[in-house]
Design a binder for this molecule. Structure first.
Ligand code: ADP
Ligand code: MG
Length: 231
């Protein structure tokens, strides 16, 4: 009984999120539609044309951002639960973030215990999305360069993933708002990244601990039950 309640609650969270993201994407699409119609008028001068075009591109970029923060959850097929290799996923994440951090004087440092096979249970692509959204925030917080350290460790029957950035940091008030939809301090933020990440992590029975200090940096500590298949 208890389990069923939890299950239906989880399904509700996912469908609420889907509805809310669909709504967010509809706005830019409506704008683009309107401007394309304006572009078709006979009397549009070159300057106006350029202006309309710029707005269309900006709005499409915004829709693209929303989709990329949300990607794996929008995946229509049912999630497939498997043992995920933490090494593989952290390597994937770090390679992806290196590309994202390009040219910004940002260093990414990865610490993985090489002598252990670490596995956790969940949907690989959703887990990937959860890490990407948190990792992207860390990179974005490193406006003036700095370091992101991604460290994996095992403690008893838990696997801990630390993402530690030396970025702009957050106040206690900001930390409290993390994970709530549309909370963003960025000009082009979606405010969906942490909401999606936290949803995925909680569904994997993971815990999230955040410590941060403005001007110093932020630490995300993600704690997952270790898969019994692990060595
Ligand atoms: P978005 O990145 O689109 O703003 P998110 O949900 O991913 O939305 O993040 C919400 C807000 O949380 C960000 O706008 C930022 O203010 C804050 N935040 C999240 N992670 C960090 C971090 N590592 N360092 C500083 N601020 C962060
Ligand atoms: Mg984000």
């Amino acid at each position: 009984m208890q389990e069923e309640v939890i299950k239906s609650e989880k399904t509700k969270i996912v469908s609420d999120m889907a509805a809310s993201v669909a709504h967010e994407i509809r706005n830019p699409l409506t704008t683009v539609r309107g401007f394309i119609q304006l572009l078709a008028a006979d009397d549009v001068d070159k300057q106006k044309k350029q202006f309309y075009q710029r707005i269309c591109l900006e709005e499409l970029d915004r829709a693209q951002l929303i989709i990329s923060d949300y990607l794996s959850l929008a995946k229509p097929d049912p999630e497939s639960i498997e043992a995920i290799s933490v090494h593989e996923e952290i390597t994937y994440l770090s390679n992806l973030l290196i590309t994202y951090a390009n040219y910004n004087n940002i260093q990414i440092h990865k610490v993985l215990p090489e002598d252990q096979v670490l596995q956790i249970i969940g949907d690989r692509y959703k887990f990937r999305q959860a890490l990407i959204n948190i990792g992207k925030n860390a990179i974005e917080a490193l406006r003036d360069g700095g370091m992101l350290e991604i460290k994996v460790s095992k403690k008893n029957d838990h696997i801990i993933i630390n993402l530690n950035d030396t970025g702009i940091g957050m106040t206690a008030e900001q930390i409290k708002r993390l994970g709530t939809p549309y909370y963003s301090t960025k000009e082009k933020g979606t405010g969906l990244g942490t909401m999606v990440s936290f949803g995925i992590i909680k569904k994997m029975n993971g815990k999230i601990e955040i410590t941060s200090e403005p001007g110093k940096g932020t630490e995300y500590k993600l704690i997952f039950p270790s898969s019994s298949e692990s060595a």
